[in-house]
Ligand binder design. Structure first.
Ligand code: MN
Length: 128
């Protein structure tokens, strides 16, 4: 049973570590990108099953990156879940407008993170 692959695009070290640990504990394989440009490159190379996209990134922001993903023939159906601070009013609608599948707020809720993700993408990590 091969774990599903998740690409995490996140520039904050603590958030990256937390998300990585939670995903690995749930048997996902994790690919990490610290900016959107690298994320797009790694998405094309690895064709992940899911992309977790921080919205606020150095250089290209996560919403612009998501728009690129939605225009990419190989990636347009890949679920993209946005990560952002709930303090950013209106972010959820902007994320959905940019083509994100769903939206999770930071700080990340450790106990429910995987279940929240699964609810958004509508599948279990072990459904292979
Ligand atoms: Mn960020």
């Amino acid at each position: 049973m091969e774990p599903k692959t998740v690409l995490v695009v996140e520039d904050n070290e603590l958030n990256m570590k937390l998300v990585r640990d939670l995903l690995r504990f749930a048997d996902y394989a994790v690919i990490e990108a610290w900016d959107a440009e690298t994320g797009l490159e790694l998405a094309q190379i690895h064709q992940p099953d899911l992309i977790l996209m921080d919205i606020q990134l150095p250089g290209m922001d996560g919403l612009t990156a998501t728009q690129h993903i939605r225009r990419d023939a190989d990636l347009k159906h890949t679920p993209v879940v946005a990560l952002s601070s709930y303090a950013m009013n209106g972010d959820k609608q902007k994320a959905l407008d940019a083509g994100c599948t769903g939206y999770l707020t930071k700080p990340i809720k450790t106990r429910s993170f995987i279940q929240d993700l699964v609810s958004i993408i509508g599948t279990q990590p072990s459904d292979n």
